[in-house]
Write a protein that binds this ligand. Structure first.
Ligand code: CA
Ligand code: CA
Length: 446
């Protein structure tokens, strides 16, 4: 084990110094060339998915400028010389994580290689802010170096079309990694590309999903609770709808000081709409394939999850119970029909359904009552579960006025009749629409 660590160190050190001097006295096997894979189906152009250009290019550095020394510093802009540098894994430039770099590709089909080492396991996010030219298309690739075979393994690639920034992520054990930027089409020796690798020590269990090619697949009603683990994190979901339907999409972000949003795309990644945080919206969605992308507009929080849920729009509800104070709770008929009787608190349970009578899962539910004195309104919000079921409680309800009375020949009961409304973006039709709000009774046998 100790010997292996030494070899790893020697390899890494040699990689760092390659191009500076060959007289290191360390014999290191070379890394075989790899073919950088490109999926032509992923060549989506920039008018589709909006670029998010958050890299702080004002702080961009040339890779390895300190260790490479002044000679390469001067040569980096000289394309004839530059082409001989970092064009394959064996002369990759060393970079650090959390730093923005810039570099150039000067020939079509050219490659630029970088290497970095991580000392702790976590999520790696690699970002390429590309040259803004319709004739220039750079792609991004990430490999882990297998230290037993010196092979580059586990390729992750981001291969969008021209003018689109590239981004990929992976769950990464501590190790040595290689990042390659290649020209799929065109080159630009005047305008640099910018790139950065970020380390996220904590991340959600849906990662890596920073690129639509790595989207998590969902169908039907679903609810996910994930995090934006760094300001660049993108969480992609591929969603297939089998029949035209009205859906409710809800997006909740409780992380203070952050602003997230959801982009909705069709299967060609044309933007269909945007959902701002802490809203719920009804959409008519026809059969087909869609993508959801959750991104941060401002800041991020790796420990406070957002919730994205999608379900059939609820149009009706069956209330199964309205529980209230002991001695009051239950259904009575005070002459205005059989209704639940309540006093200081209620716990409403029921099942929300869509227009076909199927369960409306993961939709928002708001239970609203309006008491008689000053028309004071109380409400409670919740979300249905996978079966459309919900429970919502309202506490500390003010006393009833006792506007109505009912004589049961033993005592006289005073009460109000108050509305019970259940909403899911719109008001649902319900089997229970009013309640007896019990005020008090006076013992009066006769
Ligand atoms: Ca995430
Ligand atoms: Ca992600």
């Amino acid at each position: 084990m100790y010997k292996k660590v030494i070899m790893v160190g020697a390899l890494f050190f040699s990689t760092i110094l390659s191009g500076v001097s060959s007289a290191q006295g360390v014999s290191v096997p070379s890394i075989p060339q790899v073919n950088l894979s490109t999926n032509a189906a992923e060549k989506i152009s920039a008018e589709n998915v909006r670029n998010i250009s958050k890299l702080n290019i004002a702080e961009a550095a040339k890779p390895k400028e300190s260790a490479k020394g002044a000679l390469q510093e001067r040569q980096l802009h000289t394309s004839a010389v530059q082409a001989t540098y970092n064009d394959n894994p064996n002369n990759a430039l060393t970079i650090g994580t959390g730093q923005v770099y810039y570099d150039y590709i000067t020939v079509e089909g050219g490659e630029k290689w970088y290497t970095f080492q991580t000392t702790t396991a976590g999520k790696l996010t690699a970002i390429l802010q590309t040259v803004q030219s319709a004739s220039v298309d750079y792609d991004l690739h990430l490999y882990r170096l297998d230290l037993d075979t010196y092979q580059l393994v586990e390729e992750y690639a981001s291969t969008y079309g021209p003018q689109m920034n590239e981004q990929l992520s992976r769950i990464a054990p501590a190790g040595i990694y290689y990042l390659a930027v290649n020209s799929y089409a065109g080159s630009d020796d005047t305008n640099p590309f910018y790139f950065e690798v970020l380390e996220s020590p904590t991340y959600d269990n849906a990662e890596p999903d920073d690129n639509y090619a790595y989207a998590n697949v969902k169908t039907g009603a679903f609810q996910v609770s994930q995090t934006i683990d760094n300001d660049f994190d993108q969480d992609w979901i591929k969603y297939t709808v089998s029949a035209d339907k009205q859906f409710t999409i809800s997006f909740t972000n409780p992380a203070a000081g952050t602003t997230y949003q959801v982009d909705i795309y069709n299967q060609n990644l044309s933007l269909l709409g945007t959902i701002t945080q802490n809203t719920s919206t009804d959409f008519n969605i026809s059969a087909g394939t869609y993508y959801f992308r959750v991104i941060s507009l401002s800041s991020s929080n790796a420990s406070q999850p957002y919730t994205l849920s999608i379900g059939s729009k609820a149009t009706q509800v069956t209330v199964n119970n309205v529980a209230s104070d002991p001695g009051v709770s239950g259904k009575v008929n005070y002459g205005y029909g059989s209704k639940y009787r309540i006093k200081n608190y209620i716990t409403v349970s029921g099942v929300a359904k869509d227009s076909t009578g199927a369960a409306a899962a993961y939709v928002p539910i708001t239970v609203v009552i309006q008491t008689t004195i000053n028309n004071k309104v109380y409400s409670a919000a919740t979300t249905t579960d996978a079966n459309g079921a919900f429970t919502a409680s309202i506490n500390n309800i003010q006393p009833a006025s006792g506007f109505y009375s009912y004589d049961n020949w033993v005592s006289i009961h005073y009460f109000d009749i108050i509305p019970l409304q259940i909403n899911s973006n719109s008001t649902l039709s319900s089997n229970e629409t009013s309640l007896y709000h019990f005020a008090y009774s006076i013992y009066s046998p006769h």
